[in-house]
Design a protein around this ligand. Structure first.
Ligand SMILES: [Fe+2]
Ligand SMILES: [Fe+2]
Length: 192
């Protein structure tokens, strides 16, 4: 790859390996949250957004711990993607053993599971815009083990902790970032 990958490169890479609409929406949600946190921390918004967009690009074809990210990071390296971006992508799964030693890595881990949880929270109230989903109700659902049971609660709390953002604030922040692209995420739009 000549020069730094662009968002177009990232989108192409993602859609080359992924056609599952839920996984595309997950990628877009994580991108939006990463962009918002990059702006907040005065970091490289484009880089953070692209990292968010591609963090699971190999997942549809490689959904196991033995393959997810092992395959993806090899493809990224092969295509000449920046080493530090590849490291950040790899660090979102504990089993890869890559320490989350950058702010981007901490942010990626912190938003990954939470975007999925917020999507589930928004979808159970189809008449309510995601922007109107209350932090209090999200926290209540976090305690309800039967709700969105695929989401690892521990990772949600640990992510906010590692990033150094209060859980309440983190939930509201990621919710608002997702609300900005609610239509692309197939979530209830803001009330007219
Ligand atoms: Fe992943
Ligand atoms: Fe993910």
């Amino acid at each position: 790859m000549a020069g730094r990958p662009t968002r177009d490169d990232a989108w192409q890479l993602l859609t080359e390996h992924t056609d599952n609409p839920s996984l595309i929406k997950h990628a877009l949600a994580v991108e939006a949250a990463m962009r918002a946190y990059a702006r907040r921390f005065g970091e490289d918004e484009e880089a953070w957004g692209i990292i968010g967009l591609i963090h699971d690009f190999d997942y549809q074809q490689n959904p196991t711990e033995a393959t997810h990210l092992h395959v993806g990071t090899a493809i990224l390296a092969d295509r000449g993607w920046p080493q530090d971006w590849i490291r950040t992508v790899a660090s979102h799964a504990d089993y890869m053993g890559v320490p989350r030693d950058s702010l981007a890595a901490k942010a990626l881990f912190a938003v990954d599971e939470l975007t999925g949880f917020l999507t589930a929270c928004a979808l159970v109230r189809p008449d309510t815009a995601i922007a109107e989903v209350k932090v209090k109700s999200v926290k209540k659902k976090l305690k309800d083990k039967a709700f969105a049971r695929g989401v690892n609660r521990d990772d949600v709390r640990r992510g906010a902790d590692e990033l150094g953002v209060e859980l309440d604030e983190h939930i509201a922040f990621v919710r608002d970032a997702m609300a900005g692209i609610a239509d692309q995420l197939g979530l209830p739009p803001a009330a007219a």
